[in-house]
Design a protein around this ligand. Structure first.
Ligand code: BGC
Length: 747
C-alpha cells in the first residue's frame, strides 16, 4: 500500500483498484484529446473576422468518437475541455457507460481568468496583492466550474529571469519569495470552497521544474542548473503551492542538467515524494513523454513510457505512450505492477477528493448566472488598475486634464481589443474587451479626442504615419498606445530582439519630432528593451496585456481617478546583451563598484564597456501620483536566533496631497556565508495605504528560519553572522540596518 495515499479515501481506492483489469489501470493514467480534428487555420481566420466585427466567437468543436469509445472501455481518465455540454456527454460515457463508472478529470488552461479575462499573470504579480489575486483566481475557478472543468492547469509558478522567453508572461516574475506568495494565493483561490453546485477544482502548479531557465530564453531549450540554485530559486514556489493544498503538478518539457523533467526521478520521487511527502498527481506536459525520444534519452515510445512511469509521471498527456505500451511493459516485468498501482491510487484519490464520484455532472445553465458576472468584471478592473506600473512622469504630465486638453490617441493598440487579452486567453472573447479608446471616451468629449492607429503592431504595413503626425500637431498632448500583439509572447513565442516590433519606433520618432509631450502606454507580454522610447516619452505607463478591463484601467490611471501603485516583478533590461539581468545577482570577486583588483595598470571589474550593469528599470520599481518619504529604520531585534522573529520598523510619510498605496519592500543580505549569496533578497512586503500627509510606523516580522539557503551540502540552513536589512520603495533604494543571527539552524 502506498504510504502517500490520503487515509480518507484509502478503503474506497483499494476496493476499486482490486476490481480493475490491467488495461483499466493504465486507462486511469491517460489524458486523451476529446475533440474531433478541425481545420485550425480556417477556424482562426473566422475568429479573426469575428474579433474585427466585435462579435463573440465559439470554436466549433465536436466530440472525437474514438475518445468516447475509449472512455466507455475504461481507457481514458482525463480530457482537456471547456465545453459544458461535451463535458457532460463524456462524463456520462465514463460514469454510466464504462464498467467501473469512474468519472473523468476535466482539465483546462485557465491561466488568467476564464471568460472574464484578467491581466496576464506577470501583470497580476505587479499588484503585489496576493489577497486580490486569490479572489481573481477564485472568480476564474467559478467560471471554469460552470463548464464542468475540475482541474486547472495553473498557476504557472516558473521563476523567469529572461524576457526573451515568451512564457515570462504566464508567471510571477523573477523572484522566489514573491513567486511563492503568488503561488499560495492562486492555489487557495482555485481550490477554495463556494464553487457553484458544490463543485471542487484542483490546481496544477507547473511546470515542474526549471522551465523558466531555458538557455537563451528559447522555449523548450535545455536548462543547466545547479542543485543549489534549483532549491533556492526554482523549487520554493512549488513547495508553497503544495503546502497550500495543490494536489497535482505538471512535469516540464525541458531537461535539467541532462535529465528531462518528465523522466527525472530525482525531482519526481526524491524531492516530491521522499523529501516533501507530497501525495498529489503528476501529469506530463502535452506529449512530453513522447518527446523523450527527441531528447535522445528514450529509443522509442515504449522506452519513453517506461522511463516516465518509473520516474513518477502518473498521467500521460496526449502522447499515447501509456495507452500503447504500459500494459505490455508491466506484463514483461519492465515496470513493476506496484509502480503502476501506486500511480492509479493517486489518480483515484484525486477524483474522490474532488467529489467527482458523487457529483460528476455540471448544470449547463449555470453559466448564465456566473459568466462575466458584474462582480467578476469589477474585480478584473481592480486587478488591471493595480497591475499597471508607472515608470516615468516628467513634470507631472500625468494625470491628464480631461476638460481642456486636445488629445491625440495614437498607436496600433489604442483601439484594439484582441491583443489586450494577451497570451493563453483561449476562452476569452475580444468582443468583451474595453479598448483604451473606449476608456478615454468616459473622460474626454468627442471633439477633444482624435484616435489614429499610425501603424500596425508588427510588419511593414502601408498605414500612414503622417496621419498620426498630423493628429499630434493638432493636439495639446499625445497618448501613444503601443507594444506587442497577444501572439508575441506565450508558449513557443520567444523573441531575440526585444525592441518595439514593426514600424512602431519609427512612429515614436515621428511623433517626438512634433515636440508635443508623449505619454506612452506600453501594452506587452514581457519586459521590452526600449531605452529610446523611454527617453522620448514624458510619461511611461506599463499597461501590459491587461484583459477585458484594460482600456478602462488605463484611462482611470491616466486621468487620475486611480492613483497607480503597481511595481515591477521583473527587471527591464537596457540591452538584450545584459540578459539575464535580475536584482538578486551575486557580487563576484570583482564587483562593478569599489576599488576592484588592479591587474596591469587598471582595476578589472565585472562590467560592460558599452552599458551599465543595472537594468533600465529594476525589480520593485514603480511610481505613483503620491510621494513617500522613508525615515527612522529600526532593527528592533539586533540579535536573533533562527527560531526567533526578526523585527524591523520604519516610518513612512505620504508627503503629497493625494492618498495612495505604497508597496513597502524588505530585503536582506547575508554578508558572509559558506556559499556566495545574492546582493539582496526580498523577504517581505506590505501594501500600505496612506492618506495625504499621513505618517505611519510600519513593522515587519520575519521568521529568521526563512532567511536561509542551501549550503555546501545542499541542505537548507540559516548561518550565524551579520546580515544587512533594507526597507524601501524598490530593490535599489532603502534605509538599511544590521542584525546578527546567533545560532545555526539545519533543516
Ligand atoms: C503547455 C502547458 C499546458 C498544456 C495543456 C502545453 O503545451 O506547456 O502549460 O497546460 O499544453 O494545454
Amino acid at each position: 500500500m502506498d504510504k502517500h495515499i490520503d487515509p480518507l479515501f484509502k478503503a474506497k481506492v483499494e476496493e476499486l483498484l482490486s476490481q480493475m483489469t490491467l488495461e483499466e489501470k493504465v486507462g486511469q493514467l491517460v489524458l486523451e484529446n476529446a475533440f474531433a480534428p478541425i481545420n485550425w487555420h480556417e477556424v482562426l481566420q473566422q475568429q479573426k473576422l469575428a474579433d474585427e466585427r466585435g462579435e463573440p466567437f465559439k470554436i466549433p468543436l465536436e466530440i472525437n468518437p474514438v475518445t468516447s469509445e475509449h472512455i466507455r472501455a475504461g481507457r481514458v481518465s482525463a480530457i482537456n475541455s471547456a465545453d459544458p455540454l461535451l463535458n457532460n456527454r463524456l462524463q456520462q460515457a465514463a460514469v454510466e457507460e464504462s464498467r467501473l463508472h469512474i468519472p473523468l478529470l476535466v482539465g483546462h488552461d485557465v491561466i488568467h481568468g476564464f471568460r472574464t479575462v484578467f491581466p496576464i499573470p506577470l501583470a497580476e504579480s505587479c499588484t503585489w496583492n496576493p489577497e486580490l489575486l486569490e479572489r481573481a483566481s477564485h472568480a476564474a475557478a467559478v467560471e471554469a466550474a460552470c463548464m464542468g472543468i475540475n482541474w486547472i492547469f495553473a498557476p504557472m509558478v516558473d521563476i523567469a529571469r529572461d524576457p526573451r522567453w515568451g512564457r515570462v508572461a504566464e508567471g510571477a516574475g523573477e523572484d522566489p519569495f514573491l513567486g511563492a506568495e503568488m503561488a499560495r494565493a492562486r492555489v487557495r483561490g482555485f481550490q477554495s470552497g463556494n464553487l457553484p453546485m458544490g463543485r471542487r477544482i484542483s490546481a496544477c502548479p507547473k511546470h515542474y521544474v526549471g522551465y523558466g531557465a531555458a538557455e537563451a530564453g528559447r522555449d523548450y531549450n535545455s536548462v543547466e542548473l545547479s542543485e543549489r540554485t534549483l532549491r533556492d530559486v526554482y523549487l520554493p514556489p512549488f513547495q508553497a503551492a503544495f503546502d497550500n493544498g495543490a494536489q497535482s503538478t505538471m512535469s516540464a518539457f525541458n531537461e535539467i542538467s541532462g535529465i528531462p523533467g518528465t523522466c527525472n526521478s530525482f525531482l519526481l520521487r526524491t524531492v516530491l515524494r521522499d523529501e516533501w511527502g507530497w501525495n498529489g498527481v503528476v501529469v506530463s506536459d502535452f506529449n512530453a513523454i513522447g518527446e523523450l525520444v527527441q531528447h535522445g534519452v528514450a529509443k522509442d515510445l515504449r522506452d519513453a513510457a517506461r522511463l516516465s512511469i518509473l520516474a513518477g509521471v502518473d498521467i500521460d498527456m496526449e502522447s499515447g505512450a501509456y495507452t500503447k505500451h504500459l500494459a505490455q511493459l508491466v506484463e514483461d516485468g519492465a515496470v513493476p505492477l506496484t509502480i503502476l498501482d501506486e500511480a492509479v491510487r493517486r489518480v483515484l484519490c484525486l477524483k474522490f477528493g474532488l467529489g467527482l464520484f458523487e457529483n460528476p455532472y455540471v448544470d449547463e445553465t449555470l453559466s448564465e448566472k456566473y459568466i462575466l458576472a458584474p462582480e467578476f468584471r469589477s474585480l478584473a478592473l481592480d486587478v488591471a488598475r493595480q497591475s499597471m506600473v508607472l515608470l516615468k512622469n516628467d513634470k507631472n504630465v500625468l494625470p491628464l486634464q480631461a476638460q481642456d486638453q486636445r488629445i491625440a490617441l495614437i498607436g496600433p493598440l489604442a483601439n484594439n481589443r484582441a491583443d489586450l487579452l494577451g497570451t493563453w486567453a483561449v476562452t476569452g472573447q475580444a468582443s468583451d474587451v474595453e479598448t483604451v479608446f473606449d476608456g478615454f471616451r468616459h473622460y474626454v468629449q468627442g471633439n477633444l479626442l482624435n484616435c489614429v492607429p499610425g501603424c500596425s503592431v508588427s510588419g511593414d504595413d502601408p498605414l500612414d504615419i503622417s496621419a498620426a503626425v498630423a493628429a499630434a500637431q493638432d493636439s495639446d498632448i499625445v497618448v501613444l498606445v503601443i507594444g506587442e500583439s497577444a501572439g508575441m509572447s506565450g508558449e513557443a513565442h520567444s523573441r531575440a530582439h526585444l525592441g518595439l516590433p514593426g514600424r512602431q519606433q519609427e512612429l515614436v520618432n515621428a511623433l517626438a519630432a512634433t515636440g508635443k509631450p508623449l505619454v506612452t502606454v506600453l501594452m506587452c507580454g514581457r519586459p521590452l528593451v526600449v531605452p529610446a522610447l523611454v527617453e522620448k516619452s514624458a510619461a511611461l505607463l506599463i499597461g501590459w496585456h491587461a484583459g477585458i478591463r484594460a482600456g478602462q484601467a488605463v484611462a482611470d490611471i491616466l486621468f487620475g481617478a486611480e492613483n497607480p501603485s503597481g511595481k515591477l516583478t521583473v527587471s527591464w533590461p537596457r540591452a538584450e546583451g545584459q540578459i539575464p539581468v535580475y536584482y538578486a545577482h551575486k557580487l563576484t570577486g570583482r564587483p562593478a563598484e569599489g576599488t576592484g583588483t588592479t591587474q596591469y595598470h587598471e582595476p578589472f571589474r565585472s562590467t560592460y564597456l558599452d552599458e551599465p550593469n543595472a537594468p533600465l528599470f529594476s525589480f520593485g520599481e514603480g511610481m505613483s501620483y503620491s510621494e513617500y518619504e522613508y525615515s527612522n529604520l529600526q532593527v528592533l531585534t539586533p540579535f536573533v536566533s533562527p527560531k526567533e522573529t526578526l523585527q524591523v520598523g520604519v516610518v513612512i510619510k505620504n508627503t503629497s496631497s493625494r492618498a495612495g498605496v505604497e508597496i513597502v519592500q524588505l530585503y536582506i543580505r547575508d554578508l558572509v556565508a559558506s556559499v556566495t549569496r545574492p546582493v539582496k533578497e526580498l523577504k517581505g512586503f506590505q501594501r500600505v495605504h496612506l492618506e495625504a500627509g499621513e505618517k505611519r510606523e510600519i513593522r515587519f516580522e520575519i521568521p529568521v528560519n526563512t532567511l536561509g539557503f542551501h549550503g555546501l551540502e545542499n541542505r537548507y540552513l540559516v548561518e550565524t553572522g551579520e546580515f544587512k536589512v533594507w526597507i524601501g520603495s524598490d530593490s535599489t533604494h532603502g534605509l538599511d540596518g544590521i542584525f546578527t543571527v546567533r545560532d545555526i539552524l539545519h533543516s
